[in-house]
Design a binder for this molecule. Structure first.
Ligand code: SAH
Length: 211
């Protein structure tokens, strides 16, 4: 997601420490204290402007959600949505998905979402794809045994790559959708990109994979 640098974005994040976890290393192993309950924790890596994570949080008040992105401006827009929603069960993190073991202890995350991750189509950029094996190593550590990744994209190449990457890693594909919006999947919460690309007539792919 490309956005223009937003003036005051950093201050915006800093001024909202309830929602934006500013010292994420200190949160490791303490996430249930931060949320103040023992509910499951679901995270989205690359949460963009936050439509999905906020929509999910409002629908599922008994689940805690954490939106994670590496771009300050992008996360600041997600913060706008979170503030507007007033959802008690959501937090935001400005960190890199490749370093999640610095912020979550083993098994601390119950479910991981990837939505419309950057495709990085060139082979030489394979290692940057959020479904590359080194990312799977990281996700595996913070998820429980047989933990799940739920991934949506409009990008056929990244989808094909990811199915193979999951399989080669030894993960099981629980379910695959080749046209999510034409399926009987219930309760889909759209992301910004999903809205945009499906309006253009693109099909949306989805997979649930388990370690
Ligand atoms: N999920 C949103 C945004 C998709 S764009 C949607 O579906 O609309 C992909 C997002 O992933 C961008 O906001 C980008 O900043 C973020 N991103 C890319 N690499 C990342 C990484 N290594 N760690 C965390 N976020 C990342």
């Amino acid at each position: 997601m490309r956005v223009r640098k937003r003036k005051g974005a950093e201050e915006h994040l800093e001024n909202n420490p309830h929602y934006v976890i500013l010292n994420p290393e200190e949160a490791k192993g303490r996430w249930h204290d931060i949320f103040g309950n023992d509910n499951p924790i679901h995270i989205e890596v690359g949460s963009g402007k936050g439509a999905f994570i906020t929509g999910m949080a409002l629908k599922n008040l008994n689940i805690n959600y954490i939106g994670i992105d590496i771009q300050v401006s992008v996360l600041s827009y997600a913060l706008d949505k979170v503030l507007e929603s007033q959802a008690p069960n959501i937090r935001l993190l400005l960190v890199d998905g490749s370093a999640l073991t610095n912020y979550f202890t083993d098994g601390e995350v119950d479910l991981l979402y990837l939505n419309f991750s950057d495709p990085w189509p060139k082979k030489k950029h394979e290692k940057r794809r959020l479904t590359y094996k080194s990312f799977l190593d990281t996700y595996k550590k913070i998820l429980p045994e047989h933990g799940e990744i739920h991934f949506k994209t409009d990008n056929r190449g990244l989808f094909e790559y990811s199915l193979v990457s999951f399989s080669q890693y030894g993960m099981a594909l629980k379910q695959v959708w080749l046209d999510l919006h034409a399926s009987d999947f219930e309760g889909n919460v759209m992301t910004e990109y999903e809205e945009k690309f499906s309006n253009k007539g693109q099909v949306i792919y989805r997979v649930e994979a388990t370690f």
